[in-house]
Unconditional design. Sequence first.
Length: 224
Amino acid sequence: MGEAWTALALTLKVAGWATGINLVLGVGVGYALSRWRFPGRDVLDAVLTLPMVMPPTVLGYYLLVVIGSQGVVGAWLLQNFGIRLIFTWQAAVIAATIVAFPLVFKAARAAFENVDPQCEDAARTLGLGEWSLFLRVSLPLAWRGILAGLLLAFARALGEFGATLMVAGSIAGQTQTLSIAVYEAVQAGQDDTANFLVMVTSLVCMAVLLSAGRLVPGRVAARS
């Protein structure tokens, strides 16, 4: 069971980092697309949403092309800084971040679009700049939707398998996350370990989904 707890700790670490990165990227991009109008905005939205519907193995292949030792970014990092991303927990974070990004981005964009424009206009008449307007008006009014998206992204990062396996592998204690550990336990016939890992994963995901479900109705009620 020691390896199971190690896999759980690593999974929480990877999911935590992925969620934190998506908090910055997803909220920033969601806010930008909710406010700016420019040619090709719908195309950009579709591209950013692709990881939600793209097969994880395909996404993993693209990541190998980019961050692999022979990839565009991976080769540059290795040659200039001696940094090898492939088969590390950082590669697992990158995979989880990209897979979970659309959940934060779409939730943040919808939340910002539902902010009453009159509140923002009133703040502008009082002399607030755009940055202050974002921090003091838009973000506080949209926080429930954003938090719901973050919780869903955390749950998605917890269960990521395909892309993570391709770029991080299954190195026990280093890159073996919960979902990969379940697969390895089943393949090895370790039913007790597999049952324990499945139970832990199911309980965590259920708690996250219940928390996210409580936030969304609250946001709707607050607007009515």
